[in-house]
Design a binder for this molecule. Structure first.
Ligand SMILES: [Zn+2]
Length: 626
């Protein structure tokens, strides 16, 4: 199978000999020969080689860096120039076409880890393809109906790619009804057990296939349409050898950091009898795949699960597995006759905390042998896992309590407000808003607050005394009354501000916000800026402007959900779109003009509210709204 060498390999070898220091002097075999005379590249070789594996020609600024973490620990970084990236899109499109999906349906990659923002772009290689990455961690916070509706709307007709475990979680969340919308489902990045695959096929009601990918290469092979789990080599993308069962790959198009005969860690065998489809490319099946499992650090880095196994096997358990449960949470499933003691749990949790972040929460789940959630002790993502985002209320509360005790601080109250209380409206840019109520002078708290913020970068700490609260922002006082959740102490009896005071502040706030939005709108870089960040700015102005309108004319309520439901027309509009994009409840659109649309919509709302509040203050509406 694939024993004769293509001219592409000859060109690659000639290139690396000239341009890649690591391969200077590498022999160039004749076209009839095979690569067996050339050295095998191990993972450790790549780490040792450092920059000498990178090409001396080409423009490193244009390269894409991809980091991979294997079971052996240290992450590996591979650089790509653009041809392999463009090829990847062509291969996905070609596979989708074979499955009956033509045209330009757009490729939507779904992820479920809290880090990693959603992003969309038109393929820079002039092929008209739209590539979108959609992080579903925030959509996950919606109720089942809203979740399914928004998902269906976004995936309609598209080529979906994701890890099988992500499709599995989606299938569980969608329930028996599933979704009828996507064009095709392409699994990649992990092997998929047959029962999971069956479930995905049942619930997505569309063709399901899989890509054999490696972070170091891109797409290595694609599944045979006639035989599940059989893969056809993608000969345009890479040359594959199977040496004593080990998969060796030689990516053919990447000139930034060429790898030759790289031992991937996967094992496979050629299907010498071929398959029953009409593709001529050699076909093989994987006999074992390296486990891609890893855990996430607090700042989104990857740590191989293998790192922790030494600590885990010293525990009195028969079987154990680790899995990420969203940011900052790790689940340990274990099988043992008696529950782990407190000190055993600490022994297991300590290395996790020191590697992933001190705030990491570790939960333990004991199982009987028969009920253990996996067959071979390898980690799994338990089905039905919720995807929490950032600190929970309980986390913050217990953490703050021990912090204040440790530092002998006794504030009168510490009060939480804002989006941390409404996970549905929380964006990746949102702050955690704390109000510190104390009679101490603010200077006494500068040091402690600085320390607290070092531990929780998204924290925003306001400071006030009960006495001073009348001098504070009227809306901030309304928010303390409506949303305030005391983490320490109890909520002081704040008085509801006068409507005129709220309206006065609202006019100024909305006008200033409109100016800021105009400034942003006319910034020459905005049209090409990150759509998600611009949507967030629009979202923030829309929610706050609506809050002012709501507390002056409607109701004593400041929570985003109630305010938006009452104030904003639910029909599809640039304003509703901006809010959904900011919250990642829908994937961002690829066109850069969307940013401008969102800013315009938010500015119009701010100006309308400013005018209404202005009229109220000058008396036009004063009788209607005393
Ligand atoms: Zn086939």
């Amino acid at each position: 199978m694939q024993r004769e060498l293509s001219s592409q390999i000859g060109e690659l070898l000639a290139y690396v000999r000239e341009n890649v220091p690591y391969y200077a002097g590498i022999p160039i075999p004749s076209t009839e020969a095979d690569l067996s005379g050339l050295p095998i590249l191990e993972r450790a070789d790549i780490q040792r080689a450092g920059r000498s594996l990178q090409s001396l020609s080409g423009d490193p600024d244009g390269w894409l860096a991809t980091s991979t973490s294997g079971t052996t620990g240290e992450p590996l970084t591979v650089f790509f120039d653009s041809p392999p990236q463009a090829l990847e899109i062509r291969l996905i499109r070609r596979l989708a076409e074979r499955l009956g999906i033509g045209g330009s349906p757009g490729i939507l990659h779904l992820t479920l880890h809290a880090p990693g923002p959603s992003r969309a772009m038109v393929s820079p290689w002039g092929d008209g393809n739209v590539l979108t990455r959609w992080n579903l961690a925030r959509l996950w916070q919606l109720d089942d109906r809203a979740f399914a509706e928004r998902l269906e709307r976004a995936v309609a007709g598209r080529i979906l790619t994701a890890k099988p475990s992500v499709f599995g979680l989606l299938a569980d969340r969608l329930g028996d009804r599933g979704t009828s919308a996507p064009g095709v489902v392409l699994m990649s990045g992990e092997t998929c057990p047959p029962d999971l695959r069956r479930k995905i096929e049942e619930r997505f009601h569309c063709p399901v296939s899989s890509l054999y990918t490696m972070a170091e290469v891109g797409i290595v092979a694609t599944e045979c349409p006639a035989a599940a789990y059989a893969y056809h080599c993608e000969q345009e993308s890479c040359h594959i050898e199977i040496l004593d069962g080990d998969v060796l790959v030689t990516p053919l198009t990447n000139r930034a950091m060429p790898l030759i005969r790289y031992r991937s860690g996967d094992r496979a065998r050629w299907l010498e009898g071929g398959c029953r489809c009409d593709r001529a490319a050699p076909v093989f099946e994987l006999t074992s795949a390296r486990s891609p499992r890893h855990l996430l650090t607090a700042d989104g880095g990857l740590v191989s699960i293998g790192t922790f196994m030494k600590a885990m096997i010293s525990l009195p358990v028969d079987r154990i597995s680790l899995a990420q449960q969203g940011a900052g949470q790790v689940r340990i499933d274990y099988q043992a006759r008696t529950p782990l003691t407190e000190s055993d749990r600490e022994r297991a949790a300590a290395p996790l905390r020191s590697a992933l972040g001190l705030g990491t929460r570790v939960s333990f789940h004991r199982h009987e042998a028969a009920a253990f959630p996996l067959a071979d002790g390898r980690p799994v993502h338990p089905a039905g896992t919720a995807v929490p985002l950032g600190p929970s209320l309980e986390d913050l509360s217990s953490w703050l309590e021990s912090w204040c005790a440790e530092h002998s601080l006794t504030p009168q109250a510490v009060i939480l407000t804002g989006s941390v209380l409404e996970p549905v409206f929380r964006t990746r840019f949102s702050d955690v808003d704390l109000t510190l109520v104390t009679d101490d002078p603010p200077e006494a708290w500068t040091g402690p607050v600085r320390l607290i913020r070092r531990h929780l970068p998204a924290l925003r700490v306001m400071i006030t005394s009960e006495r001073d609260s009348v001098a504070r922002s009227p809306l901030a006082t309304c928010r303390l009354i409506c949303e305030g959740t005391p983490l320490l102490g109890s909520l002081p009896a704040f008085a509801w501000p006068a409507s005129r005071a709220l309206a006065t502040e609202g006019v100024h706030w909305c006008q200033t916000a409109a100016d800021t939005l105009w400034h942003q709108f006319t910034d020459p870089d905005t049209a090409t800026a990150d759509t998600l960040a611009t949507a967030y700015l629009a979202h923030k102005v829309i929610v706050n402007a609506c809050r002012y309108r709501h507390v002056v004319f409607e109701d004593r309520q400041t929570r985003a959900a109630s305010v938006l439901a009452a104030e904003l027309d639910p029909a599809e509009s640039p304003a509703t779109e901006a809010i959904e994009v900011a919250c990642e409840h829908r994937p961002p659109p690829p066109e850069c003009a969307a940013s401008l649309r969102y800013l315009t919509a938010a500015r119009a709302i701010a100006l309308t509210v400013a005018a209404e509040l202005g009229d109220y203050l000058t008396g036009t509406n004063a009788e209607d709204f005393p």
